[in-house]
Design a protein around this ligand. Structure first.
Ligand SMILES: Cc1cc2nc3c(=O)[nH]c(=O)nc-3n(C[C@H](O)[C@H](O)[C@H](O)COP(=O)(O)O)c2cc1C
Length: 361
């Protein structure tokens, strides 16, 4: 499913099974880059401005597999400063979305299924893991291997998130993002992504929509990581939130080197009887990704690009969301993305980078 074997992350298997036994790559030659890398991102030379966003690559084996297949800008799945459990299985279900998942459609419950025969290019899914982490005791060492797996013209990004703990105030929580980023830098990560598109457990809503939270996390992370560039991963801002987006972009200008947009669009996911599909507290709503959210990713990239031109800012943009085929990559580049990443399509199609690279020359 969908009519193809899953390679980087198999939704039919548990997270731990994927973690311990993946990726499920067929034996084959590594992608061979030719000539010199000609793209630049965050000061790093790249063979292509394309790769895999945070999600489907939870270990250095997965990251190494992605580099091997020619994905050049690859995120190690979001990590925490402490161990944290994964949500109950299943974590990925398939959604029947006709065309774009507009905000109107996402305001109503969406029916989820455990199987689907929708072709990969049109696939929309939801994912709900809860940012699990085996803790720095595992991942700091493992990330060193992921850093070592970078080839010439390739870049590893370490994605991190804060964890609220007993007795934490909100500033402790924001500092924990920075501490996790510091651990990633101690592993040699050349760039860190702060995952601001997770639910904000210190305030209402999602972190990226709280200006002061974003600013505090960005400042604290910069103080921790020094010259290592910071990427802020954000969700979709509605047109009503444009002023907030502009203020965030302006106020974080000294700390954030790139924005990655978008994460997902949240929706309630139900079974055929209209009941919550994913088991467990707080799991009625989860993030939707894949083909149905491309419109939102493109819209955010265009607006970020317009803001950087308007204010003569130098931040770079990673476009994410619904990149299922080479044409989607080119649409993101035309919208203003410096780098483009996929998760959903690349879970099944390990040749996506090769297909895109074939259209670059
Ligand atoms: C299986 C899966 C796991 C994900 N885990 C993370 C994560 O750990 N951190 C994060 O910032 N985003 C995570 N995401 C969101 C993706 O990075 C991406 O923003 C989103 O899926 C949209 O891209 P796509 O349409 O190409 O899938 C995950 C997505 C999927 C499908």
């Amino acid at each position: 499913m969908p009519q193809l074997p899953a390679i980087f992350f198999d939704p039919a298997k548990t997270f731990d099974d994927n973690f311990d036994h993946g990726p499920f790559l067929a034996a084959g030659p590594a992608y061979q880059n030719e000539g010199e890398p000609s793209y630049t991102f965050l000061g790093h030379k790249l063979y292509s401005p394309f790769g895999i966003a945070a999600g489907s690559l939870p270990t250095s084996k997965h990251v190494g597999g992605a580099f091997n297949r020619g994905f050049d800008v690859v995120c190690y799945k979001t990590q925490r400063s402490v161990p944290f459990p994964v949500n109950e299985f299943p974590n990925v279900v398939y959604l029947d979305i006709d065309g774009d998942l507009t905000l109107e459609k996402a305001a109503r419950p969406l029916a989820g299924r455990l199987t689907s025969d929708v072709p990969l290019e049109k696939l929309t899914i939801t994912n709900s893991f809860g940012n699990p982490s085996r803790g720095p005791g595992f991942w700091v060492n493992d990330m060193k291997k992921a850093v070592a797996a970078q080839g010439k013209g390739q870049l590893l990004i370490a994605s991190v998130v804060g964890t609220i703990r007993e007795g934490f105030g909100k500033e402790d929580y924001y500092q924990d993002f920075a501490d996790a980023a510091g651990l990633a830098v101690s592993a040699g990560a050349p760039a860190v992504e702060i995952n601001l598109s997770c639910p904000n457990v210190a305030n209402e809503g999602v972190v990226c929509y709280t200006h002061d939270a974003v600013l505090s996390i960005a400042q604290r992370t910069k103080a921790k990581v020094g010259d290592v560039p910071i990427i802020a991963k954000i969700g979709y801002f509605t047109p009503d939130q444009q002023e907030l987006l502009e203020k965030i972009v302006l106020d974080t200008r000294d700390y954030v080197s790139a924005f990655s947009a978008i994460n997902t669009i949240q929706a309630a996911i139900v079974d055929e009887d209209g009941k919550q599909l994913l088991p467990g507290e707080g799991r009625l709503r989860s993030g939707v990704c894949g083909a149905g959210i491309k419109w939102a990713g493109i819209d955010m990239v265009k607006r970020l690009d317009a803001l950087r031109k308007k204010h003569r800012l130098s931040f770079e943009i990673i476009g994410v969301g619904g990149v299922m085929a080479p044409a989607d990559f080119h649409d993101y580049r035309a919208a203003g993305a410096d780098v483009v990443q996929s998760v959903t399509a690349a879970m099944w199609n390990d040749q996506l980078a090769a297909e895109i690279k074939a259209t670059l020359h």
